[in-house]
Design a binder for this molecule. Structure first.
Ligand SMILES: [Zn+2]
Length: 117
């Protein structure tokens, strides 16, 4: 393995996964992601006193607590393995609200699995 990045401490692939995770972290404060989640939620009226909202999954249309849903990129951000992947990756990751949907953990896992095929 040749360590060409970060003062000789990082391989090319370690470097790109480092950039990828930095960008993904920033996308957590991306407003369309927050708005997408707010649009999918309603005040929770069930027995759990601590739960304020529930969120509807776009696929199965069931309702879930916040920790069981994800904001999904309808077009996946995809891989980031080289500088050539960067423009497309950034465009897809930081998309507007029409490129996003709320999915429950199960549906999100299913979608991710299918995308990998
Ligand atoms: Zn679902």
């Amino acid at each position: 393995m040749v360590r060409t990045r970060n003062a000789g401490t990082m391989t090319e692939s370690a470097f790109w996964s480092f950039i990828r995770s930095a960008l993904r972290q920033k996308s957590r404060w991306w407003k369309p992601i927050t708005q997408c989640k707010q649009k999918a939620r309603l005040p929770y009226k069930g027995p759990n006193k601590r739960q304020k909202f529930e969120y509807q999954c776009k696929y199965c249309e069931q309702w879930f607590p916040e920790k069981r849903v994800n904001v999904d990129h309808i077009t996946p951000a995809g891989t980031l393995r080289s500088a050539a992947d960067l423009p497309g990756f950034v465009e897809r990751l930081f998309c507007e609200i029409d490129g996003l949907q709320v999915l429950c953990s199960n549906c999100h896992d299913e979608k991710t699995k299918l995308e990998k095929l």
